[in-house]
Write a protein that binds this ligand. Sequence first.
Ligand SMILES: [Cu+2]
Length: 163
Amino acid sequence: MYMKNFIWALVVVVILGGGYLLLQNKAAPATQTDTTTPTSDTTNTNGSLGANVGVEVGINTPTVVTYSTAGFSPSEVTVKKGGTVTWTNTSGGDMWVASGPHPAHTGYSGTALAAHCPDTTGTALDQCANGSTYTFTFDKVGIWPYHNHSASTKFGKVIVVEQ
Ligand SMILES: [Cu+2]
């Protein structure tokens, strides 16, 4: 009986480990083009665990972009509609995240910097000032280039896909 339990435990570990590795392999291209929900874990005998694992490596997870002296990293992220991206400034310099194109920032909202700042409704993809951190929720599907308004050679891209 003990041996049987041990073997079952081993099987569970192998299944979970294998699923983890599969999802790891899928995670890398997910930021580029893979907008589908991972399905490899749906055959997991533990249905609820499998579903949770899928969410964790999916594009619903909170997305963090770090701004350093080298620029934004990762420079391109994919989120689902309604998803949130947080930028964190570790550069020691100024960070002002803003929708392209510089200097008008009309790309995401259709309004210029002078019209939408301060962005009190959180709808313009414009930090509207320098700051150490900025969080924005994307409600529009599309490809949204952005830049650091205080160092406009530094830029990145957020891709928003349907839920
Ligand atoms: Cu700008």
